[in-house]
Design a protein around this ligand. Sequence first.
Ligand SMILES: CCCCCCCC/C=C\CCCCCCCC(=O)N[C@@H](COP(=O)(O)O)[C@H](O)/C=C/CCCCCCCCCCCCC
Length: 215
Amino acid sequence: MADSENQKFCLQEVLESFKSCLSPEKEIYIEHYVSGWRGLVKLLNSLGSLFGFISKDAVSKTQILMNYLKSENGPHYATVQSMVKFELDNELVDVDKKGIYPESGCRTLLRLHRALRWLQLFLERLRTSKEDDKTSVMCRDAYNESLAQHHPWLIRKSAGMAFYSLPVRLAFFEVMNVGTPEQVVDVLGKAVPLLCEVYQITEELYQKHNLHDLP
Ligand SMILES: CCCCCCCC/C=C\CCCCCCCC(=O)N[C@@H](COP(=O)(O)O)[C@H](O)/C=C/CCCCCCCCCCCCC
């Protein structure tokens, strides 16, 4: 595990990364998008071994994208828009579902994009939650509404078991390192619309190029 993923989680930092990933022209910088996910992985890593398989998958996907960014084709991977254009123009994507490019940037980002929807739904539930609401239930409901539809039975069961071990709401708020519960709610109020915007831009791009079913 990279050192940066062992460091303390800070919600504000994650928010900054997702903020910086949007260019004035609403292009999405992959470097900052990945950095947002890596920040979230720090929190995941502090939640215990039951979340290890989720963290491993998130790290592997962010690594695939970082490897593209550092490769000789790196400039084409600067933004999600330029990556989609480059991979489609050069037929590097399994648009006809053959599975020849299981690590294309487009299919890798699609997995994170679906997870971003889960995150958005989960954070909105947290933001509007009451003192006694259960984080496990908020997380499970957000998962069932989004990512679960793309996961096989075994992953759904393992994820469900991990959710039960989530800390209670107040303890979870403390892990975010933001301050009082009121301050957490305030930061979440800024985070959710931002994630929504990043999600929506990617969603429309993938729709336009018919990339939603990449195997
Ligand atoms: C304010 C912060 C609070 C929230 C903190 C959340 C921290 C979450 C950090 C990372 C989220 C993990 C993202 C997981 C990406 C999953 C991508 C995916 O769907 N992968 C599957 C398909 O990939 P391929 O096989 O097609 O390559 C893969 O099979 C999945 C494996 C792992 C299971 C993923 C379950 C995801 C559950 C949602 C995350 C729950 C974390 C709860 C922490 C509060």
